[in-house]
Design a protein around this ligand. Structure first.
Ligand code: AMP
Ligand code: MN
Ligand code: MN
Ligand code: MN
Length: 289
């Protein structure tokens, strides 16, 4: 009898991917298709992490379980810290928890007005109708993102691909970029923790921060109870991986791994198709049992 518990011991995942998007935010595939693609690519432990919205989790979980994937609830929350837009992934939370659910509802409500201002800014440089065009590409009316603007601008021939559109129109300093008030780091972590989840810094290599700023940000994240950072990310270079592995060790953070897959034509890295974490790091799934 004493030996039976061994049979239910958690099997370490061989290929976990804890960052990707569906049509509930700015991904190109509905949650059930993202689940199927993850399984087909050999992912065995998965979280869907749509921007600021939990609407895909029930279907994602049901499909994942049918396909034999271990599934965790996920979300990618848009925050600002020192006026820098940053993304925090929440994992393994209770998706019914009111503080989290209501906080995200408020956060989403600002997106439409921001999108209108983006449309106005682009009209002012002679590209009219972009708000309407982008809105027509949105599946979830509460979740209009710059990715939808980029897709519409590609469709009218403004640039050959979405990364070209971002570079010339949609990043700070470019004509279609408008500032916006997202939530604070403390609020986002408060919601995730209230719902029993783990907070992870998404793609830290993507932020325009000095080394000192990154340290101050990670100090605050740590002091607020943040426990992990993405070391292996679809948007990290090999140098980023080495750098953030060092920072994970320094802060004793757990490490996450996520493709940030949005769709076949848009993402360089497919679901589950990225290198393993450095062996000595503590994988974040260990916090989720
Ligand atoms: P938003 O949340 O509306 O600010 O949009 C952010 C989303 O835009 C990201 O999650 C990506 O999907 C996309 N994005 C941001 N920067 C780039 C970029 N340089 N190239 C392609 N897509 C990008
Ligand atoms: Mn996105
Ligand atoms: Mn992101
Ligand atoms: Mn993402």
């Amino acid at each position: 009898m004493l030996f039976f518990p061994l049979l239910t011991t958690f099997v370490s995942p061989a290929n976990f991917d804890f960052h990707c998007h569906s049509t509930v935010s700015d991904g190109l595939m509905p949650p059930q298709e993202v689940a199927a693609r993850a399984a087909a690519n050999g992912v065995d432990c998965w979280a869907l992490t749509d921007h600021d919205d939990l609407g895909g989790l029930a279907v994602a979980r049901a499909t994942a379980e049918e396909l034999g994937l271990r599934f965790y609830n996920g979300v990618e929350i848009s925050i600002e810290w020192n006026e820098i837009p940053i993304h925090i992934v929440g994992l393994g939370f209770n998706a019914e928890q009111p503080e989290l659910v209501n906080g995200l509802t408020d956060l989403r409500s600002g997106r439409l007005e921001r999108a209108r201002r983006m449309g106005d800014a682009l009209a002012a440089i002679g590209i009219p109708g972009v708000f309407e065009g982008a809105r027509a590409l949105v599946t979830n009316p509460q979740l209009i993102s710059r990715a939808h603007f980029a897709r519409y601008l590609v469709s009218i021939g403004i640039a050959p691909d979405t990364s070209g559109v971002f570079q010339h129109y949609l990043v700070p300093g470019k004509p279609g970029y408008v500032t916006h008030r997202w939530v604070s780091l403390a609020d986002a972590l408060g919601w995730i923790h209230a719902a029993g989840g783990v907070a992870v810094v998404a793609h830290p290599g993507r932020y325009r921060m000095s080394g000192g700023e990154m340290r101050r940000f990670l100090d605050e994240f740590h002091d607020l109870g943040g426990q992990a950072i993405e070391v292996m990310s679809g948007s990290h270079s090999p140098d980023h991986v080495l750098h953030f592995a060092r920072l994970a060790r320094h802060y004793a953070f757990h490490a996450s791994r996520g493709s940030d897959f949005h769709g076949v034509k848009e993402s360089y890295v497919d679901l589950g198709r990225l290198p393993q974490l450095p062996q000595d790091l503590k994988p974040v799934w260990r916090l989720l049992q």
